[in-house]
Design a protein around this ligand. Structure first.
Ligand code: VAH
Length: 314
């Protein structure tokens, strides 16, 4: 990886991935693209609608990219509201990014998700290779995406790699339209109001990860020795699994009078119920040394410290 193009660069992962990669590979070696204009971004930025195949190809060619990181996608809750838009954007964008990578021989990364699992998937310690019949449009997109990335590797020898991300928590860019977003909102509300009303029911376990671990896992996988990779796309990765009462208890260690209440959203609760309680990341550990540094309490301490600084400045 020397010259990297990123789509969805202003999104929850993209905005921090750009920063991370520029720190490692140099500011001018990372081309950030998004459908929205960037506000005061240092370094190369271009407007790109990922459904525009020709512009995606031309931007990558002109930049001399050797790596494509395709992050643009609609998340689970928004995709459930607008399923056809999600199909066209999530699948159309992915095919355009894979085709540009095949034509320009770029290494390729795109994230899958625990959303690629469904209600018939083993819910506890979900294995790397298992039954995947998701019941959400987002899940259908993610399973199709995993298979398509494997196909481009097997058929064209394209160096495709990917992970199944759990819910990601960060204090830089807010998530948008996801089911796990409650685990980010709760920190903002804890600081601003000392209380939070969860749309996910107590007792609902989902895998989660702090953004620094997610970013490091992308770099580690893309720099990994290809001869060690038995799997390629859709490596299970996770750092922790918790339910709403447990993250509330972690926050109370810093904000003792933090209050939690519930107003369950049936749509997002239905999505969460169709996902695993906790997944097994042993393939990623074995094949490229995946390891998460943050657990629930160390993440909570860091999130509250960083968010307090951010919120006083806004
Ligand atoms: C979502 N945060 O909720 C995303 C992610 C694991 C979930 O895919 O849709």
């Amino acid at each position: 990886m020397k010259r990297i193009m990123i789509t969805g660069a202003l999104g929850q992962i993209g905005s921090e991935l750009v920063e991370k990669l520029r720190n490692i590979y140099g500011q001018d070696n990372v081309l950030a693209t998004d459908i929205r204009p960037a506000q005061d971004m240092q370094g190369p930025f271009e407007l790109l609608d990922v459904t525009d195949a020709q512009r995606m190809h031309d931007l990558a060619k002109d930049f001399g990219a050797d790596t494509m990181m395709h992050m643009a996608a609609l998340l689970s809750a928004t995709a459930e509201e607008k399923p056809l838009l999600a199909w066209n954007l999530n699948m159309g964008g992915l095919v355009n990014a894979l085709e540009a990578s095949r034509e320009l021989e770029m290494q390729f990364f795109t994230p899958s998700s625990i959303g690629a699992f469904g209600p018939s998937t083993p819910k506890k310690n979900t294995p790397q290779d298992t039954l995947q019949r998701p019941t959400t449009m987002y899940g259908v997109n993610k399973v199709a995406g995993e298979l398509l990335c494997d196909y481009y590797f097997q058929k064209f020898g394209l160096d495709t790699r990917g992970v199944r991300f759990p819910g990601l928590i960060s204090y830089v860019a807010q998530p948008g339209g996801g089911t796990t977003d409650y685990a980010v909102d709760i920190y903002y509300k804890a600081i601003e109001q000392k209380r939070y009303t969860s749309y996910i029911a107590k007792g609902t376990y989902m895998d989660m990860m702090y953004m620094p671990d997610a970013l490091q896992s992308i770099v580690d996988l893309m720099e990994a020795d290809p001869s060690k990779l038995e799997h390629r796309n859709a490596f299970n990765v996770t750092a922790m699994s918790f339910e709403p009462d447990e993250i509330a208890a972690s926050i109370r260690k810093h904000i003792p009078d933090f209050q939690m209440s519930y107003d369950v959203d049936p749509i997002r609760q239905g999505i969460a119920d169709s996902w695993p309680d906790n997944i097994d990341a042993s393939a990623a550990e074995k094949e490229w040394g995946f390891k998460a540094a943050y657990d629930l309490d160390s993440m909570t301490a860091d999130m509250l410290e960083k968010l307090k600084k951010k919120l006083v400045t806004v």
